[in-house]
Design a protein around this ligand. Structure first.
Ligand SMILES: Cc1cc2nc3c(=O)[nH]c(=O)nc-3n(C[C@H](O)[C@H](O)[C@H](O)COP(=O)(O)OP(=O)(O)OC[C@H]3O[C@@H](n4cnc5c(N)ncnc54)[C@H](O)[C@@H]3O)c2cc1C
Length: 590
């Protein structure tokens, strides 16, 4: 089966899980109406289901052919990209000044989920272009913006993000690509980058590379990194495409998943040096690249959600069809669809609830981004910006971990057929795996959360978020609705576990951070579980209030609270009590 966009779930999660409707009522989005929002979602759903999803298998099978420096994408991909970009989707949330539609980031994020659910290898390219637009808009000179932004916003050209080198992966500060100042104010770059997504392809006439490099007199480490815009083709004075720049793809990787996405080794400066233009200040490259990375990290979180959604749809369809064994009271000559077996139901509910929790968390992060850009005053924008900073690593890592787990459960629901490529379940699992590795591994996200985000505003950002989660728990308690079962109690336990683990980590950071670092990944999971559970609770409350599919939303929130959020206590103990055993366990690793 191919992916069908779950428009009702997406719309409800956006409007009531993340709080889009309340923001709209407060006037955050001017005269935007819910009708327009629904129409955008419906069209994105149609395009993703009808145009992009059917290409997913072709991309997996064909991969990316590489010959004489040229990459050919899978049959149909070029046409699908043209359809997608002609629909204006690349610039949905981009500034109107550069030809974008200026719509909310959170609406764009919901669409990004759909593109990725349809074909992750297809969607990862535009995702980076959209992030490049943000970085250039925030940090580029007026001249660079005038020359490149409109074409990137329209998707006529794509953008790449080039950090990684053989010796510089998570440790970006170790990069060696050199940039020399040229007399005309531009720069000449020489070096090698590896694993560059869509570094070369046949979808567009030009590719705009965003490359991190080091000036000759740069200080060591990340303080000495600058960001450069390096076009594949240089431009003529009138903006038309000119000579080929000294940058090329040397090869494409053969990899576990996302076969349709070209992952390139790039050579800059074989000859006189690749011509590059500085974005932001010299040695200020990391802050410019962080704008790009943070946008991309949230979008990668949506890859997790998208794959999880697609896997859940597949599993449900298969479980309704496949018949094995009997349920109590069934005649001996009959067999039941496997969805009737409690263990299969548990798997399916785990898939659906985890997907919904990750979705709500990603959308909430995106809505905070909207508040940070459009908030009424500086204080509101700053608080929202801190919220985005706090939630981004959780949205990325929690959601992509969920994507992998749900894709793996999909294989399990399919039994042996899940292991056979024909069903497509294996492809989803293979594709999902990279999302926990690129854009900063999930381990690096957890370290970022603990060491940089918890201390934000002296701990006030995380404290405010904890208070908000407690508010949801109180509202759930106040309903006294028996349908919620133990939901309020379990979520209260989870939020209190999160609060205690946060306090413990903050107290350890000043005393040599090893103990905090050892607990960072379980802490991020605890954070995701507590926040995701509460956001599902918030959705259930809205569904009860509105009388809209309340049975389903309450059941989902309840399942998550009673079956997933209960892990919070164990995770708290792992964070608080387990660190010593990690740090002192040399013998076990010998
Ligand atoms: C398909 C694909 C596409 C990619 N696309 C791009 C792209 O477009 N642009 C780009 O620049 N890069 C890209 N990458 C590179 C990707 O971002 C890196 O692979 C990733 O950041 C991890 O770096 P690494 O592979 O060197 O692993 P390493 O940094 O060597 O990490 C190995 C392990 O050690 C852990 N680790 C490393 N350092 C620490 C630390 N300080 N503390 C705790 N744990 C640590 C990591 O979490 C990981 O588990 C891509 C990679 C792939 C496979």
């Amino acid at each position: 089966m191919t992916y069908q966009a779950p428009l009702a779930d997406i719309g409800f999660a956006l409007k009531y899980g993340a709080g889009f409707s309340a923001a709209l009522d407060e006037g955050l989005f001017g005269d935007l109406s819910l009708d327009v929002v629904d129409a955008v979602l419906a069209e994105a759903g149609r395009l993703s289901s009808e145009v992009i999803a059917p290409l997913n298998r072709a991309g997996d099978k064909f991969g990316t052919a590489f010959k004489d420096g040229i990459v050919t994408t899978a049959p149909g991909w070029k046409e699908a990209y043209a359809t997608w970009r002609n629909g204006g989707w690349n610039g949905l949330a981009a500034p109107e000044q550069w030809g974008g539609q200026g719509l909310p980031q959170s609406l764009n994020i919901a669409c990004i989920e759909m593109w990725n659910a349809a074909a992750m290898a297809f969607a990862v390219g535009p995702l980076l272009t959209i992030a490049a637009v943000d970085a250039l808009h925030a940090h580029g000179s007026e001249a660079l913006k005038k020359t490149y932004l409109a074409k990137l916003v329209s998707g006529e050209w794509t953008g790449t993000m080039q950090l990684t080198e053989p010796q510089a992966g998570s440790d970006v500060g170790a990069l060696r690509t050199r940039a020399e100042r040229a007399p005309d104010g531009s720069y000449r770059l020489k070096g090698q980058k590896i694993f560059i997504t869509y570094g070369e392809h046949d979808l567009t006439d030009n590719i705009i590379h965003f490359v991190l490099a080091r000036l000759p007199d740069a200080p060591p480490g990340t303080r000495g990194i600058s960001l450069f815009l390096v076009p594949k083709f240089l431009l003529q004075p009138d903006g038309s495409i000119g000579a080929r720049n000294d940058v090329r793809a040397h090869s494409v990787e053969h990899k576990l998943g996302i076969h349709g996405s070209p992952t390139c080794t790039m050579i800059l400066g074989d000859g006189t040096g690749a011509i590059g233009y500085l974005v932001g200040a010299e040695n200020g490259g990391m802050s410019a690249m962080f704008t790009m990375m943070n946008r991309a990290r949230l979008a990668i979180g949506l890859q997790g959600v998208g794959v999880a959604e697609c896997a859940t749809q597949q599993a449900l369809a298969y479980a309704r069809e496949r018949r094995q064994g009997r349920v109590a009271g069934m005649p001996a000559n009959q067999s039941a669809p496997i969805i009737a077996h409690p263990d299969v139901r548990r798997m399916l509910l785990t898939m659906r609830a985890q997907t919904a929790a990750a979705r709500a968390l990603c959308y909430a992060t995106a809505l905070a981004l909207d508040h940070s850009e459009r908030g009424a005053d500086a204080a509101a924008r700053k608080a929202a910006s801190d919220r985005v900073s706090l939630l981004t690593p959780v949205a990325k890592a929690f959601s992509t971990d969920i994507g992998i787990e749900v894709a793996s459960l999909n294989v399990q629901v399919h039994g042996g057929m899940g292991y056979i490529e024909e069903t497509g379940a294996a492809q989803l699992l293979r594709d999902a795996r990279i999302s926990a590795i690129y854009e900063g591994t999930n381990g690096i996200q957890a370290i970022d959360l603990v060491t940089r985000k918890l201390p934000l505003a002296g701990g006030a950002a995380v404290a405010a978020y904890g208070d908000e989660l407690r508010g949801i728990v109180r509202a759930l308690k106040a309903t006294n609705d028996p349908g919620l079962g133990c939901t309020p109690v379990r979520l209260e336990e989870a939020t209190e576990s999160l609060a205690r683990a946060t306090e413990w980590l903050l107290s350890r950071l000043d005393k040599g951070p090893d103990a905090a670092l050892a607990g960072a990944s379980p802490y991020l999971r605890l954070f995701g579980i507590a926040a995701g559970g509460c956001l599902l609770g918030q959705q259930a409350l809205a569904a009860m209030r509105l009388g809209e599919n309340a049975g389903a939303y309450v059941a989902l929130a309840r399942f998550f609270a009673e079956n997933v959020a209960v892990q919070a206590g164990a995770l708290e103990r792992t964070v608080v009590d387990g660190a010593e055993g990690v740090i002192g366990a040399d013998a076990a690793l010998s």
